[in-house]
Write a protein that binds this ligand. Sequence first.
Ligand SMILES: [Fe+2]
Length: 292
Amino acid sequence: MRDISERSLTEAAIETFDDAESPRAQEVLQALVHHLHAFVREVEPSDAEWAEGIAFLTRTGHLCQGDRQEFILLSDILGVTSLTDLINHRLPVGSTENSVLGPFFVERRPVFEAGADISGGVPGDPLFASMRVLDGQGRPIAGAAVDIWHSDGNGGYDVLMDEVEGTAMRGLFHADDLGRVWFRSILPASYPVPMDGTGGEILRAGRRSAVRPAHLHVLVNAPGYERLTTMLFAEGDPHLDTDPVFGVKSSLVRRFDTRTGVTTPDGSVIAGEIHVIEYDFVLAAEPDVAAA
Ligand SMILES: [Fe+2]
């Protein structure tokens, strides 16, 4: 490997991975070099620009501490998180579509009974959610584990709120024999992704919106079915078409209706006016189960 030229360098760098430790390592590393070189050949960065690129990545790394993971934010706003999600969840037609998990899921969340108020005392516009978990034939999936988490009316999550002890606006439910889950909480609101790091630098440079449309996060697990990670978005939110992390799908946009005298699945009546969201989640069977 001598007398490397601008023309021969890429192939030479790719060949250095011909004896990589595994076929997958070889494939990934050679593709990485191939595409990085193609990027540099297209952009032709000056020495100063290349140094700024290194400095940008260094700043990104320094921002990653504790709950702050700036590389995931970069992946989100460049569409890589959603692309990976789409590739890994090519679901059958009729199944509820996936969306990104986001940074605010917490493993240690309370388990609630049907009908519970999960707001944790955080003030806001009251919300009633009524959901079902179904299979591809429309049959209920009893016992499905349904996680919910969302922001308050200012777009804030409990993990970032000093006034919240423990958790709020999140919880785990288990579907009843009819696949039903229902609960009360407060309306979520749109909120910006963090703008004080390198993700913010990219969004400002692109003159892009930082604001995610209002949503509920939902995670559904049931034995024999593909895990569903998704969100429900509020119809009419002005940020639906400029979601900075590319998470919005039309099938996940729902009206958060305002109703009065809502009757819950257990027959109790909610006094006064409340926002209501209803949704049926359809899970895809795991491939080996579907083939059986
Ligand atoms: Fe969120």
